[in-house]
Design a protein around this ligand. Structure first.
Ligand code: ADP
Ligand code: MG
Length: 449
């Protein structure tokens, strides 16, 4: 397939890669996307060269949605994606990547971002526990929490915390034997070792270290044999009281296909969740990041951003970078109108749902008074609507546990957490509740349109 790419194709490919970069982490980009090459566009299909069949399968199983969305965003066309395996022409690049993940490079691996330090991590109610645990692990690995398992949706600082541990260990004790690795690289390494048969160096790499930090372990879901190997690695390190830190986009038991014995290993230590930042934390993060970017913004603008970029800190950062870039090009002052224009289309138009609307909808549906929701009385007929209100606030707003507790008549954050868990469980077990919740959510999200 020796097709000469047209200028148009080249440009589309560059834009496509930029889009992918917005959707995946830098590590994922380096691992799976740097090596892709465009072969050609047909009217209905796009042909993409991948270095090997493992990479092809991995992309097909994990990234098809990302790839097709990025492609249709760039081209406004729904192309069918065709991968073509061709290892020729990739050797140079593959080599440099392998070198990057080789043990001899561990002290300064390509994955580590020097900015992901504890100093640059802002603490709020959403991440306080995870941050404290990470700090404790960095201070005395192998003793505090082992393993430490941090989970939460994308873009909330899991990688940042894992790398902060790594950076601190590196700074404090120079060569302390720590290894940070995206789980996909572990899988990659395992698969390539199947081919080379060099199990000694594979096992030496993971078992002769004091601290193993593996990011995004939900990727273990896709390969049973890798999970097996990971299980042995885990046991070998744990038995010698070596520290293990893991991150995932969901709690251990929710990783699909994962075996109970691995889940129970993860439970030996501390499992902690990072939540989306509440309003106040978002404002604080925005103010800190704008001052790092030398941007001046008013409190109104910070507030507007905190209300609209609610799903993740990565989203906040993306919005700020875009705003600062457009402001520089257009020599514009960054006021509220300008910011509204710039982020229209950039931030997924999530509809902002306020806690008052949740209160209105819940009281109407259950036929209770707002004062009853707020009261401390424990009648069964009020407890359920009260817990449902807390659950919905948790799910549909970006208020923190503390903030919701405040709105619920000054309740403690653990009460909100308990209510949230209780309703989540009920939703799975009880069809009536599940139908009610679906109905309430539809009403609330429709109101926004
Ligand atoms: P995850 O691994 O959970 O998907 P990342 O660790 O990649 O998320 O974080 C996404 C971006 O947000 C990074 O640039 C990171 O530095 C930033 N970030 C996340 N949490 C915080 C925080 N608490 N304070 C400052 N920056 C943060
Ligand atoms: Mg991450």
């Amino acid at each position: 397939m020796n097709h000469q790419l047209s200028a148009n194709e080249k440009q589309t490919w560059i834009l496509f890669q930029e889009k992918i970069k917005e959707k995946v982490s830098p590590q994922q980009f380096t691992t799976w996307f740097v090596n892709l090459r465009l072969i050609k566009f047909n009217t209905k299909e796009v042909y993409i060269n991948v270095p090997n069949s493992f990479c092809m399968e991995w992309l097909e199983n994990n990234y098809m949605e990302v790839i097709s969305t990025a492609l249709s965003e760039v081209t406004n066309t729904n192309y069918k994606i065709r991968f073509v395996v061709d290892s020729k022409g990739f050797q140079e690049h593959t080599l440099s990547i392998q070198r990057g993940s080789h043990p001899s490079d561990e002290k300064n691996p390509g994955y580590i971002n020097k900015n992901y330090s504890f100093d640059n991590f802002l603490v709020g109610p959403c991440n306080r526990l995870a941050h404290a645990a990470a700090l404790a692990v960095a201070e005395s690995p192998g003793t505090a929490y082992n393993p430490l398992f941090i989970h939460g949706p994308v873009g909330l600082g899991k990688t940042h915390l894992l790398q902060a541990i790594f950076l601190q260990l590196q700074q404090r004790s120079g060569g302390r034997n720590a290894l940070y690795l995206p789980c996909e690289s572990f899988v990659n390494h395992y698969i390539s070792t199947i081919k080379t048969g060099d199990w000694d160096s594979f096992r030496n790499k993971y078992r002769q270290i004091d601290v193993l930090l593996i990011d995004d372990v939900h990727f273990l879901a896709n390969s049973q044999s890798t999970r097996e190997e990971f299980f042995h690695t885990f046991n070998a390190l744990y038995t010698c009281q070596k520290q293990i830190v893991l991150s995932s986009d969901c709690p251990p038991e929710e990783i699909p296909t994962i075996e109970e014995r691995l889940v129970s290993r993860f439970r030996w230590g501390l499992i902690t969740r990072i939540d989306p930042p509440g309003f106040e934390t978002s404002v604080a993060i925005i103010q800190r990041k704008t001052s790092l970017l030398n941007m001046e913004i008013s409190y109104d603008v910070a507030r507007y951003l905190a209300e609209h970029a609610t799903s993740s800190i990565r989203e906040i950062e993306g919005a700020l970078t875009n705003i600062s870039r457009y402001a520089a090009i257009n020599e514009n002052k960054i006021d509220l109108n300008f910011v509204k224009q710039v982020i229209r289309g950039f931030i997924k138009q999530k509809n902002y749902i306020g806690i008052e609307e949740i209160f209105n909808t819940v009281t109407k549906h259950f036929g209770v008074q707002l004062s009853q929701l707020h009261s401390k009385r424990k009648f069964k007929s009020i407890t359920l609507p009260r817990q449902v209100a807390m659950y919905l606030a948790r799910k549909l707003t970006n208020l923190s546990l503390e903030e919701i507790g405040g709105y619920m008549g000054g309740r403690d954050h653990t009460t909100v957490m308990h209510a949230d868990e209780k309703i989540r469980k009920l939703r799975k077990q009880d069809q009536n509740i599940s139908a009610t919740l679906r109905k309430l959510e539809t009403v609330l999200t429709k109101k926004q349109k």
